[in-house]
Design a protein around this ligand. Structure first.
Ligand code: NAD
Ligand code: ZN
Length: 389
């Protein structure tokens, strides 16, 4: 792939009228206007761009200029930066803006930012006039490979994270790897840990692709080189294809689906990750870092249950370690994590369904009620102890 080549991944969700394109490449923001016009049809005139101050300060002007060149007028609205702004209150403010700006059914919302902007603005887009079209411009690696694909939107509340939301598929996604140059290194690693999670459940091919992305980032941390950008564009496209393939088969995460292609397998590593995040008040770890720990925990649990051979664990842990150091968890305290896990248990009707591995690319969903007594407890004690890891 040359620097200017763009990879297009077409996604068709059963039940939705049209296929949409996910574009992966570098320098794509320059062509936002063209892409939006192609995705929304020639008669689109107005869009609302939702972003935050940091990302809009970096890329807003470029996006607005390109839209203008494409004959599309844009009004922008900035939300607060950070997970604590992914709230109903923010969604309400966005809805107020869409209303005041006079965004009509034929117009669209464009999100420019990470998963927080994408989730909150996507949620508002699904509610405004019972749903207006949405173009996602994810600007973090996590948002490119994960949150912008699959149609889940939502906000956090006092009831919990992401419990209020909708399914609202985008009309297009523009993943421009050039914007990753300004991403905080910790955010980049957080995205790479999520990428390793995808690799673990998808198979050796995606795991190796992820490893190539990690090696390229380690060599060129700001992704300045054309070669690094090409590795990322290709890698992101492969991740997106994988996530889309799972979403296609189970677009609305059917409650009864438990097969190894159900959307639930995407939660690999997330049971412990959510407990670690809850136990530390969502402040100590980035979500992706919690997933990095969660992937290792779920792999070790799989080994303890004699599902996963030791050599597969080693190959997976090696990739996790190449991403970088994870903030240590030995000071978090067993009680806090165990009680956070128990909380999860209550909200899942008494027993947690763990996503485990029988091999790389062979996820299985296993109810904790089938584990020998004390399995998770023992595993957690070992995991949180500084001497064992
Ligand atoms: N909808 C889904 O299916 C789905 C899936 C996974 C995660 N999520 C959600 O995604 C959110 C996390 O997303 P995230 O990791 O992108 O976090 P984020 O949106 O908070 O972005 C991380 C930080 O990077 C900054 N930033 C973004 N792009 C930048 C750029 N190009 N240059 C410099 N700084 C930049 C942001 O302003 C922010 O400070 C969570 O709320 C999570 O629940 C949703
Ligand atoms: Zn995640």
């Amino acid at each position: 792939m040359t620097e200017s080549e763009t990879i297009k991944v077409g996604v068709r969700i059963p039940g939705e009228t049209a296929e949409y394109q996910i574009l992966c490449g570098s320098g794509l923001l320059e062509n936002t206007g063209e892409v939006v016009r192609a995705a929304l049809g020639g008669d689109v005139r107005r869009v609302a761009v939702v972003s935050n101050r940091k990302v809009f300060g970096l890329y807003g002007e470029q996006v607005e200029r390109s839209l203008k060149r494409g004959g599309i007028s844009a009004e922008s609205f900035l939300i607060g930066d950070g997970e604590r702004f992914k709230t109903l209150r923010t969604a309400e403010k966005i809805l107020g803006f869409l209303n005041t700006a006079g965004i009509k059914r034929g117009d669209a919302v464009i999100t420019l930012g990470g998963g927080v902007v994408g989730d909150a603005a996507g949620f508002a887009a699904s509610l405004h006039l019972r749903g207006v079209r949405l173009v996602q411009i994810p600007t973090t690696l996590l948002a490119m490979i994960d949150s912008s694909v699959g149609g889940k939107t939502g906000v956090n509340s006092s009831f919990g994270k992401n419990l209020i939301g909708t399914f609202h598929q985008p009309a297009a996604v523009i993943a421009d790897v050039s914007v990753l140059a300004t991403l905080d290194p910790r955010e980049m690693s957080a995205g790479l840990f999520e990428a390793v999670k995808h690799g673990a459940i998808s198979g050796e091919k995606l795991l190796r692709t992820t490893e190539k992305m990690i090696v390229a980032r380690n060599r060129d941390p700001r992704l300045n080189g054309a070669e690094t950008q090409a590795v990322f564009a290709k890698g992101i496209a492969e991740h997106v294809r994988f996530k889309a393939s799972i979403v296609k088969g189970d677009a609305r995460e059917a409650v009864t689906a438990t097969g190894n292609r159900s959307r639930k397998i995407l939660n690999f590593g997330h049971t412990l990750a959510h407990a670690l995040e809850l136990a530390t008040g969502y402040r100590y770890l980035k979500h992706g870092e919690a997933v990095g720990h969660g992937v290792q925990f779920a792999a070790e649990l799989s080994k303890r249950l004699e599902l996963l051979p030791a050599n597969s664990i080693k190959s997976l842990n090696d990739v996790v370690h190449r991403v970088g150091n994870l903030p240590p968890v030995d000071k978090i305290g067993f009680e806090a994590v165990f009680s956070a896990l128990s909380n999860d248990k209550k909200s899942h009707g008494g027993s947690i369904d763990w996503v485990l591995l029988e091999g790389i690319g062979r996820p299985v969903i296993v109810s904790e009620s089938t584990f020998p007594r004390g399995t998770v407890l023992k595993q957690l004690k070992a995991f949180l102890s500084p001497t064992q890891r």
